[in-house]
Ligand binder design. Structure first.
Ligand code: SF4
Ligand code: SF4
Length: 294
């Protein structure tokens, strides 16, 4: 079953607005929000969770006050400064790296090593189709593992419900969660804008997708922002062998749709929406000619 991930080198390029519009234009798909550190697709799709599950990853130390003799050894041992000098000592879960040193050295075996609840993930219903999404708790890590888990759940949901496409809003940047969102997908669509930082971010993503041998299509958002940078970014795309499937002018309908809690293609049947329909047709065309063997 084809999997598409929409990416951008950084936040603020309009990636989520465009993903939501494609979720509106797509048929028989599962929507997946892989931006687990700062998800915002839910603001446009208003998911109604029908299944919620804790995301458990790694461990954290917790001191049992009744068993602790206050010797203070754990405080000296923890090189992350995660154990507070209180009476009795207390582990700060935001600082605990789960190295287990204090657990194994405590003379009173007073420190438990508990599975770490890092966030929650959901299977939800939306007006545009089922959605798999998550929220990592503040300062939690392991977002790459959560992304992998969401992709697995989205594939399972698609199989169970006989859906034939997974459309994912990828994490921004090029770090571990992005790599996790990319491995094995059929197509990456990168949203960029004609600015020096947009070009730089596109270059980084293009190198990453080339490394994973993933076909990459490009959408240039706010293409009328800077004509010189627009020309430069088109040259960059040619150099990298990337196909530009849409150049979208700035359109206040995007913000108005966001404020209305709708996708831009639902909100306004204007030229901008027509550009997106053409871009979606180009994506479908690519998929129909490059279907992966199941
Ligand atoms: S090492 Fe164990 S007994 Fe000593 S202060 Fe820490 S938790 Fe308490
Ligand atoms: S498990 Fe490691 S990081 Fe966590 S409190 Fe113990 S020594 Fe510190």
């Amino acid at each position: 079953m084809p999997e598409i991930v929409i990416l951008s080198g950084k936040g603020g390029t309009g990636k989520t607005s465009l993903t939501a519009a494609f979720a509106h234009l797509a048929q028989n798909h599962v929507i997946c929000d892989l931006d687990v550190d700062a998800p915002d697709l839910h603001l446009l799709l208003h998911p109604r969770p029908r299944h919620t599950e804790a995301f458990i990853s790694g461990h954290e130390a917790r001191i049992r006050a009744a068993a602790c003799n206050r010797c203070g050894q754990c405080i000296d041992l923890c090189r992350f400064g995660a154990i507070m000098e209180t009476d009795p000592p207390v582990v700060d879960p935001l600082k605990c790296e789960g190295c287990k040193l204090c657990v194994s050295r405590c003379p009173q075996t007073a420190i438990d090593f508990l599975p770490r609840h890092c966030g929650d993930w959901y299977v939800s219903d939306t007006r545009l189709g089922p959605m798999v999404h998550a929220q990592l708790f503040p300062a939690e890590e392991n977002s790459g593992r959560l992304v992998a888990r969401l992709r697995q759940e989205a594939r399972e949901l698609a199989r169970q419900t006989r859906r034939d496409l997974i459309l994912a809003d990828g994490p921004p940047g090029i770090a571990c969660p992005v790599i996790s969102s990319l491995s094995g997908v059929d197509l990456a669509v990168v949203v960029t804008e004609p600015t020096p930082s947009g070009r730089h971010d596109l270059e980084r993503i293009a190198n990453l997708t080339a490394h994973f041998k993933i076909t990459t299509l490009v959408i240039i958002n706010k293409c009328d922002l800077n004509p010189a940078q627009m020309a430069a970014i088109e040259t960059d795309c040619r150099r990298h062998g990337l196909t530009v499937i849409a150049a979208l002018p700035h359109d206040p309908a995007v913000t108005a749709a966001m404020l209305a809690g709708q996708t831009v293609t639902e909100y306004a049947a204007n030229g901008f929406s027509l550009h997106l329909q053409n871009a979606w047709a180009a994506i479908q065309d690519y998929l129909s000619h490059n279907r992966r063997k199941e």
